[in-house]
Design a protein around this ligand. Sequence first.
Ligand SMILES: N[C@@H](CCC(=O)N[C@@H](CS)C(=O)NCC(=O)O)C(=O)O
Length: 213
Amino acid sequence: VSRPTLYIGDKRYSSWSMRPWLALKHAGIDFEEVVVPLDTPEFVQRIGGISPTRTVPALHLDGLVVWDSLAISEWAAEQAPLLWPADPGLRATARAMAATMHSGFSALRREAPMNLGRRDKPKPLSEAALKDVARIEALWRDYRTGDGPFLFSAWSIADAFWTPVATRIRSYAIPVGAAAQAYVDVLLREPHFQDWLDGALAETRPHPLRDET
Ligand SMILES: N[C@@H](CCC(=O)N[C@@H](CS)C(=O)NCC(=O)O)C(=O)O
């Protein structure tokens, strides 16, 4: 079995790429990462050979291509089952939490795109985006389980899916309650995220669409 390759976008901007990258790291899987810069001629030229959906992330292993951040995370969980909670009920809830993030909160995502080069700079958000934030806070409050720092006590793929949201809260100085802020801080202090952030801050390419001040 050869080493898997994870194709990702810029670490500063590609929130979809971050989630399975974190899952693979937490699984202890040895993989190669290849950054394909978003919104460039290089991306357009290479993406057809990388993913049938022409999006990153995509994982290549031994002739198999797995696209979509959740599908790649599930592949990682098959190698390392503890990426989900061991209890079947909690596991179902954790999957629901990840899937909810995967397919929802479009107003917040549109108005506050991930940009790891931006920190503590407020931006006025629409009512729809603020509603997204309130729903996220309620989910975090109502489904937090156990004594550990993460949503289901130990780190799980659900936390991977919320980590880009945590970065948006910090980047755009979005006000949240004390419990939500504490969870945000836990996600942003997590060592594998810190490694991703170091990589993001080392990227210097100006981005045509995202570098608003
Ligand atoms: N649902 C997909 C979404 C992936 C996605 O939209 N990726 C963006 C970058 S973060 C992309 O590749 N955009 C390139 C394009 O649309 O041309 C997933 O979870 O992987």
